[in-house]
Design a protein around this ligand. Structure first.
Ligand code: ATP
Length: 875
């Protein structure tokens, strides 16, 4: 059979669709049913049951199972049952957490799934790439990823990066001609392949295969489900957790030795040592991080920031520089034409008169050298260009009529490096190349000027006049495009080198007002110690005018053109970047150098990007931010965060969320570790002073299971602290376990440990009771109650590093209040319901004993709050 690349485009269409016509909607549906979704099949996901059983592989769980078996053998059936219940509940919790985290990640992935432009029902529409089917006509432009394999139907200078398939890193120039004989993949110039992306040009292709039948599908066979790598924080905590576990196991082994030496039965001593290990080892550390991160990313998605890489959430918390595009991110990207400059005169858009030949010519050219369109009232394409066709519609001169009259026969598409765009048309019998672009760039290529219907040589005086006019527009914050044309031979297909010797026609100036939220967001950045930097392809004066309006720039000296940094060494650039807030006329390579320079100064940099050439800068930045609405597929793929509203203020909000999430994780960990430390201190004290062991194994398991995890998770969901954006960014390399953090854990643990031991001693010696009523069991009951309740109270202490418990903030986290109340009810039931006493190894407390337990536990709040107060004042 003939291969598609050996056929003409029409032959290919007939071979695939059976007709030379595009698919009808009905055929599309049939093909979708027949060929299935356009997806690479992922390895089967683990089932919930598998995830459940995986929870039992954990080292600690294995120890617990061993402990349950030993308890059973030792005839301590209750303990064995409790341990088994604990293990099962723990496994259920672990399963729920894992499944939830996975669901949240895959829903985030779905939100940023790639899209493709296809012809359906005679119109070009955007659909999810997975819905593309065989026979579809897909449209491509710079920045798009190719969603399926296919044969080209149209080609306007397409260059495609096929490195993922062929390893060839240079963009391949495409060609429409059929190829004779066999050709290797990289040589099939009239074909495009899934997994590659468009670096330049425009075109469309007929889909010949999708999903697993594409070339990349054949190589990939089964894609491994890309499980998210551990974030630095998770890795950091995991390794800390492992070291801590070893230390705790050693301590427990020692304790076991001492108990046996003192004459306790080896079985009991073993069970206790195991329970202590389980209670003290913070096995929940990294799963707390996962849960808090996954809740956090869901919240961020609702606030228009989709996280593509979990690491980004942590990074966001320490962002110290945000480099943002201007157009669309800081501004509204709703452009309207304000002024014309033609025949040497400035004309407001409202006064344009299309009966004047030059004005009509400028309007006509602005619609011809233009790829935008309006379909069903919706603007499709670059807002700079839609502004131009909107002006035509206002003047009763439709772009469709003009384009119908003078069809395009060749073109050189726009790219932000060249800052020019050219199209070729036959106008009144003459072949013309019409070009528009940045004023400074185009002026360098002008040899003639048209004025009042006359074409003459371009003089220095003309240049100065146009530059002065450009300056005037730019100072008003207007974006200016220059227009020029030149005669070309009939049917000529121009290249980059032909973009010269033009005749200047005029300027069009348009307004793109700043977004209303930009000013507030910039001010918030500054008070949060974050430097906002504007990086734009636009003119320096325009950029500076807008930057001044939104507060990014104070002094004109803080603005420079990208070219200035070309001559600088990296070392010089490092000092230079600190003085600059606005970079204009920037090309994508400048962006990378600017990011690196800031990073070399130990900054964490967020950088926005939308174009095809922005991908390297987005990858280089610590947080690459792509635009969900206007961004290219390639930039979205390279980014770690995608904004669904393209808005600068959303980045600032994401930073705030990042800071909050990090602080909440820290608070959870502080809660877990200080509670565990308190328990160890109590046991240690008892062991040193030769007192009976203060807890039964079941106590520790109960605390570990019920009063540990829930408040820790609740702390992870703590609402934003209002001071969050008044603090400096967290140093990038700061480990979570700072001295002050460990200090807080130590103090919390000490306080909990002391109150717990006090409770034990009160019960043991029978203080507040009739003489002789004290016993080891009473002591142990009170110690258990106090440790458990103290940890619940301590949850409130861990809400903030500041003393906030005696403020209204104490009630702002309903999850924490819920976890507290649930824990309190459970421990009270265990202490007060006689039927449970056998299982939980406690004795009934009198009311005064119960309140002693509550009181001792509560003491932890004023004590820790006072210490926090003193520490805040000292700062
Ligand atoms: P930002 O980087 O903030 O998004 P930008 O949109 O101005 O800014 P580019 O799209 O790279 O950046 O445009 C750079 C310059 O190229 C613009 O200032 C303008 O002069 C010119 N330009 C932009 N769009 C077009 C276009 N469609 N055709 C011709 N020239 C254009």
């Amino acid at each position: 059979m003939q291969e598609y690349y050996q056929m003409t485009d029409q032959q290919a269409r007939e071979a695939v669709n059976g007709t030379s016509q595009p698919l009808t909607d009905d055929q599309v549906r049939k093909n979708q049913e027949k060929f299935g979704p356009n997806e690479l099949v992922e390895e089967k996901k683990k089932s919930v049951v598998q995830i459940f059983f995986e929870q039992f592989k954990d080292f600690l769980v294995i120890i617990l199972i061993a402990a349950a078996i030993i308890s059973g053998i030792l005839d301590d059936l209750e303990s064995a049952i409790v341990i088994l219940i604990v293990i099962t509940i723990n496994a259920i919790l672990g399963t729920v957490q894992t499944v939830k985290a996975e669901q949240s990640l895959s829903s985030l992935k779905a939100m940023s799934a790639p899209e493709a432009k296809v012809l359906r029902g005679g119109k070009v529409i955007k659909i999810p790439s997975r819905d593309v089917t065989v026979g579809d006509q897909v449209f491509l432009e710079a920045g798009d990823s190719v969603p399926a394999d296919g044969r080209l139907l149209e080609n306007a200078g397409l260059k495609i990066d096929e490195s993922a398939l062929t390893g060839e890193s240079l963009g391949v120039e495409k060609d429409m001609d059929p190829i004779e004989g066999q050709a290797a993949l990289g040589d099939r110039l009239n074909m495009v392949y899934s997994g590659s992306f468009v670096t330049y040009g425009r075109g469309s292709f007929l889909v010949t295969s999708i999903g697993m039948n594409t070339e990349v599908g054949k190589i990939a066979t089964l894609l491994k489900t890309t499980s998210e790598k551990q974030t630095p924080l998770q890795a950091n905590l995991d390794s800390f957790g492992k070291k801590l576990s070893i230390l705790i196991l050693a301590f427990c082994a020692l304790l076991f030795g001492i108990s046996v030496y003192r004459g306790e039965s080896a079985g009991d001593a073993f069970l206790f040592a195991v329970a202590l290990a389980v209670a003290a080892i913070p096995e929940a550390l990294s799963s707390i991080v996962t849960i808090v991160l996954s809740f956090g990313t869901q919240k961020m998605a609702k606030e228009h920031a989709i996280i593509r890489k979990l690491q980004a959430v942590e990074g966001l918390g320490s962002v110290s520089v945000i480099c943002s595009d201007k157009t669309g991110t800081l501004t509204q990207n709703k452009m309207t034409v304000e002024d014309y400059y033609v025949d040497g005169t400035r004309i407001p858009a409202a006064d344009i008169d299309i009966s004047q030949p030059s004005q009509m010519q400028l309007l006509r050219d602005s619609m011809l050298c233009n790829d935008s369109a309006i379909a069903e009232g919706k603007e499709i394409g670059d807002p700079t260009e839609t502004a131009l066709i909107n002006l035509g519609l206002k003047l009763d001169c439709s772009y469709e009529t003009v384009r119908g009259q003078y069809p395009r026969f060749s073109e050189i598409p726009f790219d932000s490096d060249r800052k020019l765009m050219s199209t070729c048309h036959v106008i009144d019998g003459t072949s013309l190349m019409v070009t528009k672009g940045a004023v400074d760039v185009l002026l360098k290529r002008i040899s003639h000027i048209q004025e009042n219907g006359q074409r003459r040589e371009f003089t220095e005086a003309d240049r100065e006049k146009i530059e002065a006019q450009n300056m005037e527009f730019s100072k008003d914050g207007l974006r200016v495009l220059a227009f020029a044309y030149k005669e070309i031979p009939e049917g000529f297909s121009p290249g980059f080198d032909d973009e010269k010797d033009f005749t200047f026609l005029g300027l069009i100036a348009m307004m793109d007002p700043p977004r209303e939220e930009s000013m507030g967001a910039v001010a918030e950045c500054i008070s949060a110690g974050i430097k906002p930097v504007m990086i734009t392809g636009d003119h320096k004066i325009t950029a500076a005018a807008i930057a001044k309006r939104i507060g990014i720039l104070k002094d004109e000296n803080e603005a420079c053109e990208g070219a200035v940094i070309d001559s600088m060494s990296d070392e010089e650039l490092k000092d230079f970047v600190e003085k600059i807030s606005v970079y204009a006329r920037v090309s994508p390579e400048h962006k990378i150098r600017i990011v690196r320079a800031w990073q070399d100064k130990d900054n964490i940099v967020a950088m926005t990007g939308d174009g095809v050439n922005d991908a390297p800068a987005l990858k280089q930045a610590d947080i690459g931010v792509a635009m969900g609405i206007t961004g290219s597929e390639v930039s979205k793929d390279a980014a770690s965060m995608v904004l669904t509203d393209d808005n600068f203020a959303t980045i600032v909000k994401a930073v705030e969320n990042g800071r909050n999430i990090y602080q909440n994780i820290k608070n959870s960990i502080q809660f877990l570790l200080s509670g565990n430390f308190g328990a160890i201190l109590a046991v240690l004290y008892a062991s040193i002073t030769a007192l009976p062991v203060p807890f039964a194994p079941v106590h520790l398991l109960f605390i570990n299971l019920l009063t540990d995890s829930l408040p820790a998770i609740a702390l992870g969901l703590e609402p934003h602290n209002p001071d969050l954006m008044n603090e400096k960014p967290r140093p990038a390399r700061e480990s979570i376990l700072t001295k002050s953090f460990l200090g807080r854990i130590g103090i919390g643990g000490l306080s909990i440990g002391i109150t717990t031991m006090a409770a034990f001693l009160i019960g043991y010696h029978g203080v507040f009771t009739a003489a002789g009523e004290g016993s080891a069991l009473l002591g142990s009951t009170m110690a258990f109650g106090t440790l458990c309740t103290a940890r619940l109270f301590h949850g409130f202490n861990c809400k903030s590093n500041k003393p906030v418990v005696f403020t209204s903030r104490v009630f702002n986290n309903p999850y924490l209040i819920g976890a507290f109340l649930l824990g309190l009810v459970l421990i009270t039931v265990v202490l007060m319901v006689p039927g449970l006493h056998e299982i939980f190894k406690v004795q009934t407390l009198t009311l005064s004993q119960l309140f002693t337990v509550y009181g001792l536990a509560f003491i932890n709040i004023p004590v820790i709050q006072l210490i926090k107060k003193i520490m805040t004042i000292k700062k």
